[in-house]
Design a protein around this ligand. Structure first.
Ligand code: F0G
Length: 402
């Protein structure tokens, strides 16, 4: 029904193999299905409620999934903020509403199930936080140990708390995410642990369901554009693959323009798009308040750049200030609470509308990748502090009307 194929040299790997990148050329791998054998209709899909496993005919799993009911997240149409952006039709897909509060759960339900299918006994990842939280809950649910490597001092506390509480072995690496990822790849090779970073093509299969759900929620219409934050560049790749598969199966007839947003201090994919390169130049010292996307050497860059170019999309950077402003606007004009990285999509959209790159008449979906509560320390730094007063009505009134 499916196999793994190198995106560079076309080498094929069987589904029994534990392989993350091509053994011949080092290229990234894709999961390729025999699409002629997959029968899927809008009518059939419309009968079932939204969830990752609703689309199981397009997921590379045969056993019962390790699931905590991921997916089925809200697609909010913006009103006040859309007016402020001077855009006609903008939606936010709130991936913060997944079990651990980020889109990573979609990938991990598939990835950890695949680990069991392959008979692996330990799962591992490097993470800027959300991947580790997600791996931890699915490891717990599956009853297998999880090992997570985090860049010390650069992970939002809510994410560390999740990894700790769900029982992962949490290692704080004196180094950045890119170094942690190199280490965990080495660890997995040496110890036979199952690597669940987004270099693992099976994880991206779960994440492509974001694309399926958006089309599903829009009555099987495809938006003109998807705008999302880019870190390790897995999600942009996955969502694009989802839309392409819907088109291949004849369920939809277009694909959206994939538009990636990075922080100004960690912009390797944007730099490559600006100079029309097929490869990125790694940034040795990435820095941004949006710690989730504080990544200088995104492993999925080759796939992500293909998604941007093929779909006629683009990429843009935003400053930390623009991210904070967008985060507050989304929270205060629409009631949608997201973490800084997620807000970069709105900040980027504003910039691209203002500079004329995006047509205000487009139907646009921004992906809010993670929940506000992931990073509450940051909130205390950027919002006014609670006002402490005596417990008297006089003081309350004084403070309210101050
Ligand atoms: N938004 C959030 C909230 C994230 O946590 C991440 C990635 C991204 C966007 C970028 O997605 O890597 O697929 O381009 N976080 C990873 C982690 C790196 O370890 O949690 P990407």
């Amino acid at each position: 029904m499916y196999h793994l194929q190198c995106i560079e040299c076309g080498s094929i790997y069987s589904i029994e193999e534990v392989v993350y990148t091509c053994r011949n050329c080092g290229g990234l791998l894709d999961v390729i299905y025999d699409y002629n054998e997959i029968e899927l209709s809008k009518k059939e899909l419309s009968k079932q409620p939204l969830s990752v496993w609703k689309y199981k005919k397009l997921l590379p799993i045969t056993r019962d999934p390790v699931t905590l009911q991921e997916g089925g997240t809200q697609l909010y149409k913006l009103h006040r903020l859309a007016e402020d952006l001077e855009a006609k039709e903008v939606y936010v897909k709130h991936e913060g509403m997944n079990p651990t509060g980020s889109f990573k759960d979609r990938g991990m339900t598939v990835g950890v199930t695949k680990a069991l299918e392959l008979g692996m006994s330990t799962v591992a990842c490097a993470s800027t936080g959300n991947t580790s939280a997600s791996l931890s809950i699915y490891g717990a649910k599956a009853g297998i140990p999880a090992v997570v490597l985090l860049p010390a001092g650069k992970v939002a506390l809510g994410k560390v708390a999740q990894a700790l509480m769900h029982g992962a072995k949490v290692l704080s690496i004196r180094g950045n995410f890119d170094e942690a990822l190199m280490l965990v790849r080495d660890l997995c090779a040496k110890e036979d642990f199952y690597l669940l970073n987004s270099i693992n093509p099976y994880r991206l299969e779960g994440q492509k369901t974001i694309g399926f759900e958006i089309a599903d929620q829009l009555g099987w219409e495809v938006p003109d554009r998807i705008v999302l934050p880019v870190g390790n560049a897995g999600n942009i790749t996955a969502i694009y693959k989802g839309f392409k598969e819907l088109k291949t199966l004849g369920i939809t007839d277009t694909v959206p323009k994939m538009t990636g947003i990075q922080a100004e201090g960690a912009p390797p994919v944007v730099d490559a798009v600006r100079s029309k390169q097929q490869n990125i130049t790694p940034d040795p010292d990435p820095e941004t308040i949006a710690t989730a996307i504080r990544i200088g050497n995104p492993v999925n860059a080759r796939k992500a750049l293909k998604a941007v170019y093929e779909s006629g999309g683009t990429a843009e950077t935003v400053t930390d200030e623009e991210i904070i402003t967008a985060q507050k606007q989304l929270a205060q004009m629409e009631g949608i609470g997201v973490e800084p990285a997620s807000a970069s999509s709105i900040a980027g959209l504003r910039k691209l509308l203002q500079n004329g790159t995006i047509d205000p008449d487009e139907r646009i979906v921004c992906i809010a990748t993670g929940h506000l509560l992931k990073d509450s320390e940051h909130v205390l730094n950027v919002c006014p502090k609670p006002i402490e007063i005596n417990a008297t009505i006089e003081d309350v009134r004084k403070a309210v009307f101050a």
